[in-house]
Design a protein. Sequence first.
Length: 208
Amino acid sequence: MGQCEVVFINLCIFVCLAYGDGFFLEVYFDEIYNEKNMDRIKIFKGDITKIEVDAIVNAANTSLLGGGGVDGAIHRAGGIKILEGCKKIIAEQGGCEVGEAVVTTAGQLPAKFVIHTVGPIWYGGNDDEKVKLKNCYTNSLLRAKEFNCKSIAFPNISTGIYCFPKDLAAKISVETIKNHLKEDTEIEVILVCYDDENYQILKKEMEN
């Protein structure tokens, strides 16, 4: 499998894939959006497992043993080393609580680390879901800082099978990240959308 490097050029993302002695340049994502005066936050549509950053965030479950969606994709792409790291955490603390975040190696992924956070299931807003989702972003960013990460990529936490309203999730994620960047002046954040709906909602939220 080739090495992948993301290069930002004129509002497009080009991915340089190296195979053997050669390489080719492929336009991998359609669009990239940078908020005015917030050039350390980027959003785009694409595959989070292909992104070369210091840390990618996994929308995990409390067992840390992998599952569907982004969780399964990260475990498959990263290989056994990620699962081994998760099992070590399980042995030490029994898993990961909702809103918390733990760190493993990234295995075969182009990232250095995977930060596993457990998003809340949406119960109509009656179970502190908003606070728990905010904690996912805050604690992931804090773990990234602990591991000296200068770049981090987030998926759309809880907006899939956990049914968190996408517009509310976007608002929470952007507000939480903006507030963190006021204190952390080094890290760059990429919000990776798996579908156009999440992308458009996040883009609108960034413009507000």
